[in-house]
Ligand binder design. Structure first.
Ligand code: HEM
Ligand SMILES: *[C@@H]1O[C@H](CO)[C@@H](O)[C@H](O)[C@H]1NC(C)=O
Ligand SMILES: *[C@@H]1O[C@H](CO)[C@@H](O)[C@H](O)[C@H]1NC(C)=O
Length: 330
């Protein structure tokens, strides 16, 4: 009897959790600002395009920022609360440009429709536009809006995957956010653009899993090339392209899959995608097909529904750098 009750109540809890999680996905809709800020997408695109022309590396920076924001505590712009604005301005690193572009977009939108568009939606729209621009305008996905900005910024990096995790460990982290293995394989295609610091791959070049040898899954020619760019003993942390096809390192395209299919992946997790039984077939399919761009767009939309906030725990921030309430956690 007791066992029966607990199975029943477990089922009820399960269904309750299911309905809660479904409630918030449903909040996003296409064109949610069509009454309140009809020009939002044109305004965002205009400011983004100016930023991209000035500095195309804002594309990989923003794509990564979108991933980190959505993965840590949901797509709620909580990442933008981190630190003070002066620190961000003073730090000359790659992500900084992302923050400044977001401020420019927020300012332009506040002029046109004050207090209407959330910073979380600005990130999602700007990222979509940068994917379009960095693909040479070969692709454009529609992305639903209606996200609210979070009121707290939790310890950020804690819940982000490390490049040394296995495919199944990484898949488990995606599953926790209701993202499938296919989503994971497609989203890691984000590594078709941008750069990584040598420190993330030194183990693969010199001492893989304490063997004193390079990672056997990396093309030996690539090992040689990368050793030149990332010397074992160096006082500075160099940077290398994530897409080693130099003709498309800065272009969002399918070449990432061709690279990993030829043992030329940069991060350990990138290469594992091509070698692990769970993901191998999808990688070879993507490497030869040309539907990557459309599928990547759909996966980016899926990523954009993770942990969306509602009126209870979210708001439309006046400034993307701080929440409206004095007492919000920072
Ligand atoms: C298992 C998941 C992932 C891991 C372990 C991972 C890891 C990394 C690492 C270590 C870097 C280099 C950072 C640096 O040296 O500063 C990087 C860069 C990057 N990642 Fe990922 N990443 C993952 C998933 C994703 C996803 C899902 C996306 C986007 C959809 C993404 C987009 C990027 C981009 C665009 C860059 C280049 C940033 C730039 O050039 O400024 N990553 N990633
Ligand atoms: C990059 O900027 C962030 C945000 O301001 C900062 O926390 C981080 O320390 C900076 N990283 C480097 C390598 O300067
Ligand atoms: C992927 O790798 C396999 C095995 O090395 C090879 O036969 C195939 O041609 C590669 N596909 C592409 C599109 O590069």
């Amino acid at each position: 009897m007791a066992a029966k009750i607990s199975t029943k109540s477990a089922l009820i809890v399960f269904l309750a959790v299911l309905s809660i999680s479904q409630c918030c996905y449903g909040k996003l809709e296409f064109g949610s600002y069509k009454e309140t800020c009809p020009n939002v997408e044109n305004i965002v695109f205009k400011v983004v395009k100016e930023g991209f022309i000035k500095d195309p590396s804002v594309a990989p920076a923003m794509i990564r920022l979108y991933f980190h924001d959505c993965f840590s505590n949901g797509c709620d712009a909580s990442l933008l609360l981190d630190g003070t604005s002066s620190e961000k301005k003073a730090t000359p690193n790659l992500s900084v440009r992302g923050y400044e572009l977001l401020d420019d977009i927020k300012t332009a939108l506040e002029n046109d429709c004050h207090g209407v568009v959330s910073c979380a939606d600005i990130i999602a729209l700007a990222t979509r536009d940068l994917v379009t621009l960095a693909s040479g305008e070969k692709t454009r996905y529609e992305i639903p809006t209606g996200r609210l900005d979070g009121r707290e910024s939790t310890a950020l990096s804690v819940d982000l995957p490390s490049p040394q995790l296995s495919v199944s460990q990484t898949a488990a982290m995606f599953a926790k956010r209701k993202l499938s293995v296919d989503d994971m394989v497609l989203l890691l295609g984000g590594h078709t653009i941008g750069v990584a610091h040598c420190s993330f791959i030194k183990d693969r070049l010199y001492n893989f899993k304490n063997t004193n040898k390079p990672d056997p899954s990396m093309d030996p020619k690539l090992v040689q090339e990368l050793r030149g760019k990332c010397p074992e003993k160096s006082s500075t942390d160099g940077i290398i392209n994530l897409d080693q096809d130099f003709s498309s390192s800065n272009i969002v395209d399918v070449s990432f899959y061709k690279q990993i299919n030829s043992s030329r992946g940069i991060l350990q997790i990138d290469q594992e995608l091509a070698n692990d039984g769970m993901t191998k077939k999808m990688v070879t399919d993507l490497a030869k097909g040309n539907d990557f761009l459309a599928r990547f767009g759909q996966a980016m939309v899926n990523l954009g529904s993770v942990g969306v906030k509602d009126e209870q725990n979210g708001e439309i921030r006046r400034s993307c750098r701080s929440c409206n309430n004095l007492f919000c956690t920072k």
